[in-house]
Design a protein around this ligand. Structure first.
Ligand code: DHE
Length: 536
């Protein structure tokens, strides 16, 4: 395989840009019925997130038959097996697929994509279950624990979320949230955790009951990645929203029961070329703190939608022209500016949620991936924010306080003031700091080298010229996602593996405090207080 990769010597993207020839007219390889079933499942689990359900491309390039047939089974198999420099994981070498599965997928993607069925509000309604009605829930906590310092840890492949007491480090229970939960978000009061699964199933966990309890569930679509709650004054814990990948829509649900209330399609025209796109997926969502609005990244068409939830019947949606392939992002320190990454455009976008307007966009490096991002004070440049990158080992830092009283600091807003090379290389997914900390933690989850993807780097933000300290966290799996405790003096990190771990570090000394072992594929983990207050 390695030899074949070297012989090809070009990236998948470059090959996909080749003119289409006779090959495109050829028949695609045939698959048996069982192979179809298996390939569709693998495509959904492993490929659709980056390449799109209809294979029109986003974080990864298009995989439509006229291109894939040109490449042919053998070349496609090499890319799937060994990955690409642009950030595609090495699925076979990395142990995520077998060689047979890579061959199956290489044949599958030369066939026409099949659109999964559409879903109506009535279909969603049929899946809605209230497990504990609102009047049967406690009106105050039934325990004396410091519940604002609870952590919810996603056990991705086990289909569970485990809740830990962040003070005592006790496991308070595992809840069957369903297949591949992607993220958790907190209600404005912090009392409820809402989960969203890759399969579009949302659940709600009550942290006030004696032990954490699942109180409601609903399946809003067949593929999703985001969920958020209403946090504006007067709407606390009232509503929630799920952003779907397929069908491309968002669903507003009741914040107490998850009853589906409204479904809105995101299909439409690209912001720049005004071409119709059948699959504009909803990526990150944040809750506005200035008005009763959610801020939605509409990935493929490149709009940021401000969805007003104050009147669902006569709903107002403002569409801000931003950049194509919007993915993740978060707030500046004052929670006024939303800064999402348009990762395939190497660009960060800024919008102002006070005025509801586009501010600017700027390049930072190859495929920025900030997660929710990080905000801190740079000794030279003042309040700044930053992103790591999937496609190169780089931390980009820009000014993010245009209203700062210090005019010199204000002038740095939306200018990249530092571009720091990271010695562990590319493939970073997340970075994290805390207002009380002087550290910035960085992971390298998708880097092909175990010496990188099993380690973390910590930069002293008061001494940004000094090299970050890097250390190994585990001798297995991939290290992913960092989260502070409520006090901002501990950092929780996941080792993503079948026999995975959560490792808790002291933020000051960088010494390990404790390690929870034998967790099935822990990925994202969320502290109640920091998630409810959007602290990062
Ligand atoms: Fe994520 C956040 C989409 C792969 C773990 N991920 C997000 C968000 C989006 C997204 C849109 C922002 C949600 C928000 O803020 O509202 N993720 C995608 C994909 O499309 C992608 C690239 C491919 C896929 O097929 O899903 C993808 N993500 C992954 C993973 O492989 C990770 C590491 C493990 C997993 O669960 O699949 C992963 N994504 C996460 C985590 C967050 C996240 C932990 C939340 C970060 C935070 O701090 O808020």
């Amino acid at each position: 395989m390695k030899g074949k990769k070297l012989a090809l010597g070009v990236s998948l993207m470059a090959l996909l840009a080749f003119p289409v020839s006779q090959a495109a007219a050829q028949e695609a390889p045939k698959l048996t019925e069982d192979e179809w079933k298996a390939a569709k499942r693998i495509y959904f689990d492993r490929c659709a997130g980056c390449h799109g359900t209809l294979r029109k491309g986003a974080t990864g390039p298009t995989l439509l038959p006229k291109r894939t047939k040109e490449l042919g089974t053998e070349a496609l198999e090499v890319f799937i097996s060994e990955g690409t420099a642009g950030g595609m994981p090495a699925f076979v070498s990395g142990g995520m697929l077998s060689a047979q599965e890579a061959n199956l997928m290489a044949r599958f993607i030369q066939n026409d994509p099949v659109a999964p069925p559409e879903i109506s509000l009535a279909d969603i309604n049929e899946t809605w279950k209230v497990i504990v009605p609102v009047d049967k829930r406690p009106s105050k906590p039934e325990h004396s624990r410091n519940w604002q310092n609870f952590f919810g840890v996603v056990l991705r492949d086990a289909g569970k979320v485990v809740i830990y007491d962040g003070d005592t480090k006790e496991n308070l229970g595992e809840l069957p949230t369903g297949f591949a939960v992607h993220i958790l978000r907190s209600s404005a009061s912090g009392r409820y955790f809402y989960s969203i699964g890759r399969d579009g199933k949302a659940t709600m966990i009550d942290l006030w009951s004696k032990t954490p309890t699942m109180v409601a569930e609903v399946k809003t679509c067949s593929e999703a990645r985001s969920i958020e709650t209403s946090k504006f004054h007067g709407y606390e814990d009232k509503l929630a929203i799920v952003g779907c990948y397929w069908p491309p829509h968002f669903v507003v649900i009741d914040g107490q029961t998850l009853e589906p209330k409204k479904i809105v399609s995101t299909r439409g025209y690209t912001y720049d070329t005004n071409e119709y796109h059948p699959e504009p997926r909803v990526a990150a969502i944040v809750p506005s703190h200035y008005s009763p609005e959610w801020v939605l990244n509409i990935k493929e068409t490149g709009f940021i939608w401000l969805v007003d939830y104050s009147n669902l019947r006569d709903m107002k949606i403002k569409m801000i022209e931003a950049e194509r392939f919007l993915h993740d992002g978060g707030w500046d320190a004052k929670k006024r500016y939303f800064m999402p990454a348009a990762n395939m455009k190497d660009t960060m976008v800024v919008i102002d949620t006070k005025t509801g307007k586009f501010v600017t966009k700027f390049k930072t490096g190859t495929k920025p991936h900030p997660g929710r991002g990080a905000n801190w004070n740079d000794p030279k440049y003042g309040p700044v924010s930053g992103t790591v990158h999937l496609g190169e080992g780089r931390l980009a830092v820009w000014g993010s306080d245009p209203e700062n009283k210090n005019k010199e600091f204000a002038k740095n807003a939306w200018k990249v003031v530092r571009s720091i090379e990271l010695k562990k290389g590319s493939g970073s997914l997340f970075m994290k700091t805390h207002p009380k900390s002087k550290n910035l933690w960085l992971d390298f989850t998708l880097n092909p080298e175990p010496s990188s993807h099993r380690s973390l780097c910590v930069m002293d933000i008061t001494k940004p010229e000094e090299e970050a300290k890097c250390f190994d966290v585990a001798d297995h799996g991939r290290v992913v996602h960092m989260e502070y405790n409520k006090n901002g003096d501990e950092v929780w990190v996941a080792v993503w593996d079948k026999a995975g771990e959560i490792v808790v570090f002291d933020d000051k000394t960088l010494k390990e405090k404790t390690r929870f072992k034998n967790l099935v594929t822990p990925t994202g983990h969320f502290n109640v207080y920091n998630t409810m207050k959007d602290v990062y």
